[in-house]
Design a protein around this ligand. Structure first.
Ligand code: G2I
Length: 447
């Protein structure tokens, strides 16, 4: 009991700190002296990047290019690497516009996120009409060709984009690709790994920000499954398109942390938040804080530069106005990055939670135990049922070496399944940390 209370108190304290930081960030007119003065430089202080989507047809706009060159160190082609752009006719590849973006970025010392190798949308006409083995082979050939063409130039590929259904199913989205067989995603990842072994391979989706949403859980289970079976996946992209109907969730940090605990990087890949003024600025700051608080959140990309460049320009969702002036949202992001609370090797204060995402039944609460140079102890307290199954997932190179007050087993993928052994509803374990002090992800279900 005491343990649960301590843990809850810590979570509340961190929330308060985040809110206080947001307030301070919005009030400040300019960065403190000594702080970095661009988004990229500010993000680099914690080893992260700050990127933007770029459209090839705007590379002649000097205001646009001026902001791009000054503020960002990662670039995503907004449309130019999609399947319809790169393979307009089957077997005929077209890289002109994508290359303009890649060359501009590389000449400026920026890195590139590739977007996207396989997707149900933006397929060329010839592919839309295909099905079965012919489509599967055409998709794999596309992945192989495009990833090979850009081998060595891409930091991370969105290998598969938006493959999960919206709503309560938590399952796959129906599409011609899905109908080729449920293994189409892992087949795409294997082809991408073979074509460009140096690129991080990401699964990228939207509406996966709220930890309690079925879609988020569906993607989580897929990544967990891929990690356990050795399917090559390195990262998960959270598009993060927010507005009043799809607001920044209060559990955003939990989502990022729980995915990271599976042993993948997480990236915010297409951030935009509709709105204006201090409300928008606070939301931007909160998203930035959530990334900074997760060691494996390696960077943030906004989906365009000026509001007028946005795919939903009327929502004014970006960091610069139509004239290229910095908005309040820009200042709040810059200040959050400069606040420097985040680190790529954080100490022990990560607030991994604890819950039954399916709703109902039970709650598992993690709290810290003793720490040593090479290992630390943790406890989990379960409430809501005496008949629980708790999953504890640690992230590489961590490994669980001992447990007490539970009947548990764990596998090479660092996932432990714990059940009651008659000792009550609090159990403990020891983790060899290998320098990774992140808390494990825990979740609970009724047996
Ligand atoms: O819809 C927002 C994003 C959601 N996640 C995946 C992203 O790839 C997606 O980006 C948007 C682009 O921002 C739009 O610019 O994807 C849309 C569809 O691919 C893009 O819109 C397309 C229009 O539908 C086309 O009519 C247009 O020719 O942009 C094309 C190029 O301007």
């Amino acid at each position: 009991m005491t343990l649960t209370v301590k843990s809850v108190a810590r979570v509340s304290l961190v929330s308060t700190l985040v809110l206080a930081t947001v307030g301070a960030a919005v009030l400040a007119a300019s960065p403190a002296s000594g702080a970095a003065s661009t988004l990229a430089a500010a993000a680099q202080q914690s080893g992260r990047y700050f990127g933007t989507a770029v459209a090839a047809n705007k590379l002649g706009d000097s205001t646009y290019v001026g902001i791009l060159n000054r503020e960002f160190d990662m670039v995503t082609a907004e449309n130019e690497m999609k399947m319809d752009a790169t393979e307009p006719n089957q077997g005929q590849f077209s890289y002109g516009n994508a290359d303009r973006i890649v060359n501009q970025a590389r000449n400026q010392g920026k890195r590139i996120r590739g977007h996207a190798l396989a997707w149900h949308s933006q397929q060329p006409g010839w592919m839309q009409n295909m099905s079965g083995t012919a489509l599967r082979n055409a998709m794999l050939n596309h992945v192989t060709q495009v990833a090979s063409y850009y081998r060595g130039k891409i930091y991370a590929w969105d290998v598969v984009n938006e493959a999960f259904a919206d709503g309560s199913s938590g399952g796959r989205r129906d599409s011609n690709l899905q109908r080729t067989g449920n293994d189409w995603i892992e087949a795409a990842f294997r082809a991408a790994r073979a074509a460009d072994p140096g690129a991080k391979l990401c699964y990228n989706d939207y509406n996966t920000d709220n930890w309690s949403h079925a879609k988020t859980q569906g993607v989580y289970r897929m990544v967990q499954d891929f990690k356990s079976r050795g399917v090559p996946i390195d990262c998960v992209g959270f598009q993060a398109h927010f507005n009043s109907g799809n607001p920044v969730p209060s559990n955003y940090h939990t989502t990022l942390q729980n995915f990271a605990a599976l042993g993948v990087d997480v990236q915010i890949t297409e951030l935009d938040i509709e709105g204006s003024g201090s409300t928008q600025a606070q939301q931007y700051s909160g998203v930035t804080q959530a990334c900074l608080a997760v060691a494996r959140c390696t960077g943030i990309t906004v989906w365009g530069i000026r509001d007028t460049d946005s795919w939903r320009a009327s929502g004014t969702p970006l960091l610069f106005d139509g004239s290229g002036n910095k908005k309040a949202a820009y200042t709040s992001v810059l200040n959050a990055l400069n606040a420097g609370t985040g680190t790529t090797t954080p100490p022990t204060s990560t607030t991994t939670t604890t819950s039954n995402p399916g709703g109902g039944g039970c709650t598992a609460t993690y709290s810290e135990g003793e720490k040593w140079n090479d290992r630390f102890n943790g406890q989990v307290t379960v409430s809501g049922t005496d008949n629980w199954i708790v999953t504890v997932t640690v992230s590489s190179p961590q490994r669980i070496i001992a447990t007490w007050n539970t009947s548990a087993s764990w596998d090479s993928a660092n996932v432990m399944t714990a059940r009651p052994n008659g000792s009550g509803n609090t159990f403990g374990f020891t983790i060899m940390h290998g320098g990774n002090w992140n808390w494990p992800a825990v979740s609970c279900r009724v047996a």
